[in-house]
Design a binder for this molecule. Structure first.
Ligand code: NAP
Length: 288
């Protein structure tokens, strides 16, 4: 990578950044695109977020990604928040345009793109989601924009599932239930898509899985896991073994990144190159 004073800067605001693979994914995509950009990890403790946001403008960044723990608090410092981010309630991408900071959320559309690439269509269908956190909210926003007919959220704490259901009132019918209830089992027996939006199955606790009653599922049901480390989780492996169409979390991670790349550069990202960089990075992390 040849960095000069003309090189355009983007980066990632988060704390701690630990093993984030976004720099590797984006820099690989910039390298093959021929675009003169660099993606930098920008570790930002919560109490220094206002200064970091001012720094984005002062240092001439084209934009940044935003991750935990800043995805919600960052909204207080932006000049404009796009409807994508309003629906999800969080910003994961900022574009600096004429010295104004505009916040977007590419997780929802990135999720839908990952389903499309696996041949999974959701318009008029129903989905069951395990988990009631930020990722579930992004998934529902994506499914709503892709015209899903109904969503059931199952959580270990029903009040959290109810809370998310209320946020989407008026956009798509969302029902919050406890995942050990009969209502949840009934939803599983009728659904077209089952999504794991919990950390269950994530490295190093790879033996854990959402408690799906597999025998209730129709054969045509698609299985989606947001966990991307490991790329093939126990949930995805079991879905494959039972003959379901499956899509792992790497697809969403890559596509949300590709959408941010498009917002910053106006060009399409090479998602195959991003995938290779992500998988190589995961392999290196899991070896250590
Ligand atoms: P979150 O806000 O912390 O929510 C996690 C949800 O899972 C909550 O409902 C939580 O329940 C539940 N949960 C957590 N640990 C659990 C356990 N041991 N057993 C049962 N339920 C548990 O997290 P998030 O941001 O939504 O992320 C969820 C997962 O999605 C993470 O693995 C994350 O890496 C992944 N993700 C992937 C992508 C991608 O691009 N592929 C994007 C975003 C997130 P309580 O509220 O009761 O704790």
């Amino acid at each position: 990578m040849h960095i000069t004073a003309k090189t355009k800067k983007v980066g990632l605001l988060g704390w701690p950044l630990g093993h984030s693979l976004s720099p590797a994914m984006h820099n690989a995509a910039f390298a093959v695109s021929g675009l003169d950009y660099v993606y930098l990890p920008l570790s930002t403790p919560p109490d220094l977020l206002p200064q970091a946001v001012a720094g984005i403008k002062a240092l001439g960044f084209v934009g940044v990604n935003v991750t935990i723990p800043h995805k919600v608090t960052i909204m207080d410092y932006l000049d404009e928040v796009d409807t994508s981010a309003k629906l999800v309630g969080a910003v994961n991408t900022i574009v600096v345009k004429e010295e104004r900071l505009i916040g977007y959320n590419t997780d929802a559309d990135g999720y839908i793109r990952s389903l499309e690439q696996a041949g999974i269509a959701v318009a008029g269908k129903s989905a069951v989601i395990f988990g009631a956190g930020g990722a579930a909210r992004a998934v529902i926003a994506g499914l709503a924009s892709a015209n899903i007919a109904s969503v059931t959220i199952g959580a270990r704490d029903q009040s959290k599932a109810d809370g998310i259901a209320q946020l989407f009132a008026g956009t798509v019918p969302v029902n919050g239930v406890a995942w050990d209830s009969n209502a949840f089992a009934a939803a599983l027996s009728q659904t077209n898509l089952v999504v794991n939006a919990t950390p269950l199955g994530m490295y190093p606790a790879i033996a854990s899985q959402p408690s799906v009653h597999w025998d209730l599922l129709q054969q045509s049901v698609a299985i989606s896991d947001l966990v991307y480390n490991p790329p093939i989780t126990g949930f995805i492996a079991e879905g494959t073994r039972r003959g379901h169409t499956v899509v792992g979390g790497a697809g969403m991670l890559i596509e949300q990144g590709a959408l941010a790349f498009e917002l910053w550069t106006g060009c399409k990202a090479d998602t195959q190159v991003m995938r290779q960089a992500l998988l190589a990075g995961l392999e290196a992390i899991n070896k250590n």
